[in-house]
Design a protein around this ligand. Structure first.
Ligand SMILES: *Cc1c(COP(=O)(O)O)cnc(C)c1O
Length: 233
């Protein structure tokens, strides 16, 4: 959606996404309050992020360390939770942790250990999600679904990591293609809860497939292009 000046109308786009979320919830008998909207802000200039926050957004997610650092000053002044949603290399942990409130992409024990040690050194804790590769594509990061239970038990033993959720990137294509993977993520979440872990958040669904993700139980959709327009390729 474009405003009269030819600029992307961020407030209108965000309202449209909220409307999609509300309808998707209504279609499956869920309360719209159960689903948070996280802005995926890669390539988005800080002023546009600020515009979305002015329109009511409360969650942001960055993918790249350099970009996070370059926008950190602006983001720090905004009333938002700052998530990291890209792959994090262990040697970048110290750089990233100072800027974020949640790491959604824990995908190896070596990463978890590095984060734990850093949090011990700074005497803090951090909310984390485990990234699970439900689509089985080699190109994607994430724990194998069959190993997610054991992996979560390991994470729960690291006292500086507050395990709160699971995250996945759905299979590309028409929305229905992602549904089985999203269903699998929800099953894993339910099993972890049955095992006594406090894993509530299901971070799944993006601009193109948030409806199917919500139908499968998503509690956090990550939306970029539907709010900010197409990214430069
Ligand atoms: C870019 C990105 C999104 C949002 O993608 P859109 O299709 O622009 O909504 C969500 N999650 C992750 C991990 C991303 O990198």
């Amino acid at each position: 959606m474009w405003g009269v000046s030819g600029e992307v109308d961020i407030a209108a786009n965000l309202a449209a996404v909220r409307d999609r979320v509300a309808r998707a919830c209504a279609a499956v008998g869920r309360d719209a309050d159960e689903v948070d909207i996280l802005l995926a802000t890669k390539t988005v200039p800080a002023e546009q992020i600020a515009a979305a926050v002015a329109a009511g957004a409360r969650l942001t997610g960055e993918n790249r360390v350099q970009e996070l650092a370059s926008k950190a000053d602006v983001l720090a002044g905004l009333p938002v939770e700052r998530h990291f949603i890209g792959h994090l290399q262990t040697n970048k942990v110290n750089q990233v942790l100072r800027y974020i409130t949640c790491l959604q992409t824990v995908d190896s024990l070596s990463l978890a250990d590095r984060v734990q040690r850093r949090l011990e050194a700074t005497d803090t804790t951090l909310e984390v999600f485990i990234q699970v590769n439900v689509s089985g594509e080699d190109s994607k990061y994430g724990i194998d679904p069959d190993e997610a239970g054991g992996f979560a038990a390991e994470i729960a033993q690291r006292d500086r990591l507050a395990l709160r959720g699971l995250m996945t990137i759905g299979a590309p294509g028409p929305q229905e293609v992602a549904a089985p993977g999203y269903r699998r993520l929800r099953q894993i979440r339910d099993q972890l809860r049955d095992a006594g872990l406090t894993v509530d958040t299901l971070s799944m669904g993006m601009s193109a497939d948030l409806e199917v993700a919500i139908a499968e139980g998503s509690t956090m959709v990550r939306v970029g292009s539907a709010v900010f327009g197409a990214r430069p390729s």
